[in-house]
Write a protein that binds this ligand. Structure first.
Ligand SMILES: [Mg+2]
Length: 269
């Protein structure tokens, strides 16, 4: 897959499109993977350049599987748009707004967590209540494959949990309301809301595939050109590479790229 730094001329050309939007995933993209989600921190360099880009682009947004308020606190830049819980939630005007079909799910998620907690009390497994979704983490387990199998078996045996959307991420299994909202639908909404003519999406995990596809759908149907950029790491799912236009190697490359982009939008031509 083409390495982004070998094709900066194409990005430079794309940046002439206006209004332009930069949309990024958080974990594994602008924040290095940590043993637990609580320990992860956004790279200070990424924060600096994103903050700079906010003043020059029509839209700078972060999309995450984390709750929207957590995404906002973690990145901490005023003027950015924050989409949380895989597109189910958006931070706006001081509070989180849930997408309309998901309103009843925080209660259901709470009940499911109560049911699953004693069944998943194995060493290294932790269940995170994210409001409208839940994540079951197993990064700290010694045998990742057997932990993943165990979690899936328990989840699928629960009549309540079985009705949810079950997503296998890296070292986590997510339980989501069975409504049609994901990073892709969130991006198509943003492209239309901001009338974006150009855009870039950065992401590193399976749930980002919906976002990559949305960027390509918009290029075909919405007169909005965009590139999907995959962040390569040792843990990156192989499937991801076939869905992106360009690649970058890890968070350090994202820092370098955002720096280049900030400079380029400041001195066009
Ligand atoms: Mg990620």
């Amino acid at each position: 897959m083409p390495y982004l730094f070998d094709h900066l001329d194409l990005i430079r050309k794309l940046l002439n499109q206006s209004p332009f939007g930069l949309i990024t995933d958080i974990d594994g993209t602008i924040s290095k993977t940590a043993p637990t989600p609580q320990q992860a921190k956004v790279s200070p360099l990424c924060r600096r350049y994103l903050s700079c880009l906010c003043h020059h682009l029509a839209l700078v947004a972060a999309i995450s599987g984390r709750p929207a308020v957590e995404a906002k606190n973690m990145v901490g830049i005023e003027g950015m748009v924050y989409i949380g819980n895989h597109g189910l939630e958006r931070w706006a005007e001081g509070h989180s707004e849930l997408t309309k079909d998901a309103q009843d799910y925080p209660k259901i998620i709470k009940a499911i967590i109560k049911e699953l907690t004693p069944l998943l009390s194995r060493e290294g497994i932790s269940i995170e209540n994210k409001g409208v979704t839940a994540s079951i983490h197993y990064r700290l387990c010694s045998d990742h494959q057997s932990a993943e199998r165990h979690i899936l078996t328990v989840v699928k045996a629960s009549p309540q949990a079985r009705r949810l959307r079950i997503i296998q991420e890296r070292m986590a299994i997510d339980l989501l309301p069975p409504v049609k909202a994901n990073k892709g639908t969130a991006i198509l909404n943003l492209i239309q809301e901001y009338s974006l003519r150009g855009g870039i999406y950065l992401g590193d995990d399976l749930t980002d595939i919906d976002a990559f596809r949305a960027i390509h759908t918009a290029s075909r149907n919405l007169d909005s050109q965009g590139f999907a950029i995959g962040i390569i790491s040792q843990e990156m799912p192989e499937k991801l590479v076939t869905e992106v236009d360009f690649t970058l190697n890890g968070v350090n490359d994202v820092e370098r790229f955002l720096k280049w982009m900030s400079r380029t939008v400041l001195e066009p031509g």
